[in-house]
Ligand binder design. Structure first.
Ligand code: G1P
Length: 314
């Protein structure tokens, strides 16, 4: 399918300040925070490449040079690794700089996600393209973006990734869906960060999109909202009045690595899956020391179980 897919280009908005991770992000980009041993952005680039993307534009801002260095060739490091006979790690380093064709463009003003997508307009041209948000790390058997591309190939219109969310719906863009088939919906309306009473459903937008190029004209026209930003969700709302937009309820686990708790959850679960680390890490998680630390915070699992049983039987 990849060979036949028309979706070859992707935009990665990465100009955000990462304020939720200060002071760690004071002098290094949030996208470079490591989940176990890979920076967050590498997971997302790998997902894009595994979905058939060949050309990536990362929209950066001030203080993001480390991202460019990461995907570049490091002659000194490669020379040293070769000299020390570290063939395996050398190959991994070369793989990173060969993954895709990556270019960079700066978003000079923090005018929101819709604006970040307008910045590389000329590089994308008049074709459908993907957008991947680096805070959303998705662990899936079939890469999430590939699932969206499969829907795009059937319907040839914009496709948004969605997932059911039960808490904090007002942190997301939310769609009003009309069920079409299996896990595919037509998007009848979209609201950015609605209050729980105003949310049109529990299907929240997750940071993966396939967009038709008509989105650019719409984003140029809609202007900023009351927060001073050009919202992609508002652009999609306008676009949905002109052409059909579909949503794909993808299969996979999504981590909100843009906040500390989600980042830690991803770290723990990815570490458990690591071939060289997983077993030892699992032993640590199950160790009496850690169980005691956890019990100090929330009580022991045994005592919580006893509480549940006594509530149920009373
Ligand atoms: C952005 C989008 C929002 C979407 C979310 C997914 O919000 O504006 O519609 O639900 O990403 O992560 P942000 O998290 O950047 O505020």
């Amino acid at each position: 399918m990849n060979e036949r897919s028309n979706i070859k280009k992707a935009i990665f908005p990465a100009a955000g300040l990462g304020t939720r991770f200060l002071p760690a992000t004071k002098s290094s980009p949030k996208e470079m925070l490591p989940l176990v041993d890979k920076p967050m952005i590498q997971y997302v680039v790998e997902e894009a490449v595994a979905s058939g993307i060949e050309d990536i534009t990362i929209v950066t801002g001030r203080g993001k040079r480390a991202i460019e260095d990461f995907f570049d060739i490091s002659f000194e490091l490669e020379y040293e690794l070769r000299k020390r006979g570290k063939a395996e790690i050398l190959e991994q380093m070369q793989m990173i700089s060969n993954m895709a064709k990556i270019s960079y463009i700066r978003q000079k003003e923090p005018l929101g996600l819709g604006h970040a997508i307008l910045v590389p307009r000329n590089l994308v041209g008049n074709q459908a393209f993907a957008v991947l948000l680096g805070d959303d790390i998705i662990d899936a058997e079939v890469p999430c973006l590939k699932q969206l591309i499969e829907v795009y190939e059937r319907y040839k219109c914009s496709v948004i990734a969605v997932q059911r969310v039960h808490d904090d719906i007002s942190q997301y863009g939310v769609i009003k869906p009309r069920h079409l088939e299996n896990n595919v919906y037509q998007v009848l309306d979209l609201v950015e960060k609605p209050s729980p009473d105003e949310a049109p459903s529990d299907l929240a937008i997750i940071g993966r999109y396939i967009l038709t190029p008509e989105i650019f004209d719409v984003l140029e026209k809609i202007g900023t909202d009351k927060t001073g930003e050009i919202q992609l969700t508002n652009g999609l709302r306008e676009l949905s009045k002109r052409q059909a937009i579909y949503a794909c309820e993808f299969k996979g686990k999504r981590y909100d690595a843009g906040n500390k708790l989600g980042f830690l959850q991803a770290t723990v679960e990815f570490a458990l899956k690591c071939p060289d680390l997983g077993r030892e890490f699992a032993q640590y998680l199950a160790s009496p020391e850690l169980t005691a630390l956890i019990a100090e915070k929330i009580g022991s699992p045994a005592s919580s179980r006893r509480e549940i049983i006594s509530i149920e039987s009373s």
